[in-house]
Write a protein that binds this ligand. Structure first.
Ligand SMILES: *Cc1c(COP(=O)(O)O)cnc(C)c1O
Length: 455
């Protein structure tokens, strides 16, 4: 067993190496380790990508940066040849500074400040979405050569986070918008939609694609050269999602073949966020304090105070309507049963877990049943990669958790062939020790999307 180990990245080189679960366990045992931390399973992200290109071969992913903008993640996705969905000047700047090409970025915010449009124009990011007339006047003034993508509103009542109340043109307005775009001499090249984040119905994509076809036809009739279909985000990212990625992919493929057959020269892209990152991130929190109170009927309610909370990673409980899945370290290490529940034969007590800040709003989970824990022990939260650290604050002086990375030999070999491996290695703080880290240098852009061999 040979292992490269340091503060930030752990490379498990053979079958005798610790699993990611064991690695998390070991990390909690490091003397002096008290702060909450994430372990990021890089193989999980690579597997997601493999699954994507297998299941949706016609669709190129543009990762939605807002979902989790950790730099190592962005670098790895870039190495895989994925594009990016940015929503602001700041996100575009970040991606460009990491080396992304403007052509691999879509500025997918239908309502943009004019200075951000000017920045996109200067940088050469041409693809951008719109859903209203004011935006067309703005784009005509600040970036007349933009490649515009009309975002339509699609039914999203089955989504956890509804987006249609804020964005997307009504089907009734499509003709007016396109007519105005024509009058302003603008270049509309595509259609986009978002079925809502945490979408729980594959059928939503089917209606959306039908509507997208309608827009294509209207636009073509008006003389636009339509060549881009953007099917947005909303793809499930954790294994216990109400619908699976494969179910969604099946519906999408069938409807793409129906409405956008392969003989038409159309690029199809998507903007997955949570799909790529949700399950790769596991958060370990330390119990810093404990108090047992009595309910009115005299039964005990154990209250644990953790070192990350709603003002930190668990902002997802508010903004992303996320139901956290706390588990004990032992249960986490021994894995899940067939219902995906972590096994425990310990007696369970009514429990409430709190974040560290002085606000009583800072409650992670209320009145659930959990084994008795002690101060200094760890609670593990799987599936914490999407919409967590990216929106965490340092309210009350509490730090956001650090990231530790874990990768197995296969994944390690793969990422060490990426054209940007030197930068990834640097960010992972990997020092060559014992194994050959000679990255083959792929110059001149990203690797092809299908670079992962499908077994
Ligand atoms: C948030 C967002 C996404 C990503 O959504 P997920 O549900 O995480 O896949 C994609 N596109 C746009 C325009 C978004 O706002």
């Amino acid at each position: 067993m040979s292992i490269i180990e340091n503060i930030d990245c752990f490379v498990a080189l053979d079958d005798c190496s610790p699993t990611v679960q064991e690695y998390i366990g070991q990390s909690t045992q490091v003397p002096g380790q008290e702060d909450a931390f994430y372990v990021v399973d890089i193989d999980d992200i690579l597997n997601k990508h493999r699954n994507w290109i297998q299941s949706l071969p016609r669709v190129r992913p543009y990762y939605a940066v807002k979902c989790n903008s950790s730099r190592v993640i962005l670098e790895i996705l870039m190495g895989l040849g994925i594009g990016f969905d940015c929503a602001s000047k700041g996100e575009i700047q970040e991606l460009i500074s990491l080396g992304a090409l403007p052509k691999d970025i879509i500025y997918a915010n239908p309502c943009k400040p004019k200075s951000h449009i000017e920045y996109a124009a200067k940088t050469g990011v041409k693809l951008m979405t719109f859903d209203n007339t004011e935006e067309l006047y703005k784009v005509a003034r600040y970036m007349p050569d933009a490649q515009l993508v009309l975002r339509i509103r699609v039914p999203d009542e089955h989504a956890v986070c509804v987006l249609g109340t804020k964005y997307g043109a009504e089907m009734d307005d499509v003709t007016n918008l396109l007519t105005l775009a024509k009058k302003l001499n603008l270049n509309v090249t595509g259609v986009s939609f978002h079925v809502g984040s945490g979408c729980t119905s594959a059928e939503a994509y089917s209606i959306a694609l039908q509507n997208a076809r309608f827009v294509f036809d209207v636009a073509i009739e008006l003389g636009f050269q339509m060549n881009l279909l953007d099917i947005g985000g909303g793809f499930p990212g954790s294994s216990d999602s109400p619908i699976t990625f494969d179910e969604v992919a099946k519906v999408i493929n069938a409807n793409l073949d129906l409405y956008f057959p392969t003989d038409q020269d159309i690029s199809i892209i998507a903007e997955p966020g949570r799909y790529y990152v949700a399950s790769a991130f596991t958060l370990a929190c330390n119990i810093v304090a404990k108090k047992v109170i009595k309910n009115s009927d005299g039964s005990p309610n154990a209250m644990y105070y953790l070192n990350d909370g709603v003002y930190g990673s668990f902002n997802c409980t508010i903004f992303d309507h996320y139901e956290t899945k706390p588990t004990t370290l032992d249960a986490y290490r021994s894995g899940t049963d067939e219902q995906g529940l972590l096994s425990t034969d310990q007696t369970q007590f009514q429990t409430t877990i709190w974040g560290p800040t002085c606000d009583s709003m800072d409650c992670i989970k209320k009145d659930f049943y959990f084994p008795e824990m002690q101060v200094g022990e760890w609670i593990i939260f799987p599936d914490m990669g999407a919409y967590t650290i990216c929106a965490a604050s340092n309210f009350n002086g509490f730090k956001t958790p650090s990231l530790k990375f874990y990768v197995k030999s296969y994944g390690f070999e793969l990422i060490s062939q990426f054209y940007n491996w030197a930068k990834i290695a640097n960010k992972l703080n990997i020092r060559p020790s014992g194994i050959n880290l000679n990255a083959k240098n792929f110059r001149g852009g990203s690797l092809p999307l299908n670079m992962i061999e499908v077994n």
